[in-house]
Write a protein that binds this ligand. Structure first.
Ligand code: PLP
Length: 374
């Protein structure tokens, strides 16, 4: 089975050495009780430093270490969202974020990403936040998952200006911010700040998902409230993982720099294969991120996903990235696997499309919301 439900790379080659170094440093931490509800001071300083390098003045007191960005979102939802209140988000977006909003009882308030072009409809975002009085907007502006698109700096400035003085907490999920493959880096464009902007960071896509290390960057007062409210849910992140993360962060992402050309090659290979085998599919080239957001010639995403499973290919159907059955004419295809596997995946896709053509298209099956997608 080739699995295309995950847009993630295997571990950065430095992860093992970072754990060895962390084990060597562990004894110095053992005399303490080991509970660090905000995270180890030295990791919070390493994360703060990474923001300062981007031009965002940040102190360790503005950082809360979490079990990944998703866990950070869950903590923010618990703090700000009461059942029935609207939560604004880009549509499409990261599926587990929608699930978390639903689980918190939030009322999903999607704002469509324009179908043509690769920007955002900033006016609609601002008016959705203002007219609904949403306490939170969750946005993935830096290589949005699944589209890969990145909001340009002038649009960010317009968004922040439009929301000035509003009640909406703007939660920017920067999990993919380091994954620019062409054009101006998202890291630079995203260096705009304002009160009520909260950032979610993660090492999952840039280093390894198995670390389960992420963070929240916010005003000190918000971090203090989060540290208190998280305690009814979890009591912090393991010390060993935090020590390994310090090492990986202070090493400065050399491995990621080496991986960008590899990802570029895989992205271009996947597009070339699709152009050859499925020429009526439209596959825009994303400037970054880890997947293509493909437009299908007909609304067959769920049916094709079910068919592909029988061909040995696991997919996340387009509707998984939205609500109310949207995106039946879309499919997310990650380009994180080696080229030979991507080639086989496209061959299986093409076989799936052919087999589907022989059947009645009415056999649309809907993929359950419980399918995990990364
Ligand atoms: C936009 C986005 N946010 C969050 C996550 C989950 O990140 P983490 O592993 O840090 O919890 C993912 C994983 O796919 C993602 O794409």
């Amino acid at each position: 089975m080739i699995d295309l439900t995950a847009a993630v790379l295997p571990a950065d080659p430095n992860v093992h050495a970072a754990y060895v170094r962390a084990l060597e440093r562990l004894p110095a931490n053992l005399p303490g009780h080991g509970y660090e509800p905000e995270g180890l001071e030295e990791l919070r300083e390493a994360v703060a430093q990474s923001y300062r390098r981007r031009g965002l003045a940040t102190s360790p007191g503005q950082i809360l270490i979490t079990h990944g960005a998703h866990n950070g979102l869950v903590h923010l939802l618990r703090l700000t969202v009461r059942p029935g209140v609207p939560v604004v988000f880009d549509h499409p977006t990261y599926p587990q974020a929608i699930d978390a909003i639903l689980a918190a009882g939030g009322r999903p308030t999607p704002v469509a990403l324009p179908d043509d072009g690769d920007g955002w409809d900033v006016d609609s975002l601002v008016s959705a936040c203002r007219s609904s009085g949403a306490p939170m907007a969750y946005l993935v502006l830096d290589h949005n998952n699944p589209t890969g698109r990145m909001m340009r700096a002038p649009d960010r400035a317009r968004l922040l200006a439009g929301l000035k003085g509003s009640e909406t907490l703007l939660v920017l999920d920067e999990t993919l911010v380091e994954l620019t493959l062409s054009g101006p880096p998202a890291l630079t464009a995203s260096a705009v700040d304002a009160p009520r902007v909260v950032r979610l960071g993660s090492m999952s896509k840039s280093v390894w998902g198995g670390l389960r290390i992420g963070w929240i960057r916010a005003d000190r007062a918000v971090i203090q409230r989060l540290a208190q409210s998280r305690a009814s849910f979890d009591l912090g992140v393991p010390i060993l993982e935090q020590l390994a993360a310090v090492k990986l962060l202070t090493d400065g992402g050399a491995a990621l720099a080496a991986r960008r050309p590899l990802l570029r090659a895989r992205r271009d290979h996947l597009r070339a294969q699709l152009a050859q085998h499925l020429p009526d599919w439209s596959c825009p080239r994303p400037a970054g991120g880890l997947s293509l957001w493909v437009r299908l010639p007909a609304p067959i995403s769920s049916a094709l996903t079910a068919q592909a499973e029988t061909e040995g290919l696991r997919l996340a159907a387009g509707p998984r990235f939205g609500i109310d059955g949207a995106f039946e004419q879309r499919l997310r295809l990650p380009y994180t696997l080696p080229e030979s596997e991507l080639q086989q995946a496209v061959e299986r896709l093409a076989r799936g499309v052919k087999a589907l053509g022989r059947k009645s298209r009415q056999t649309t099956s809907t993929q359950s919301r419980t399918v995990l997608v990364y």
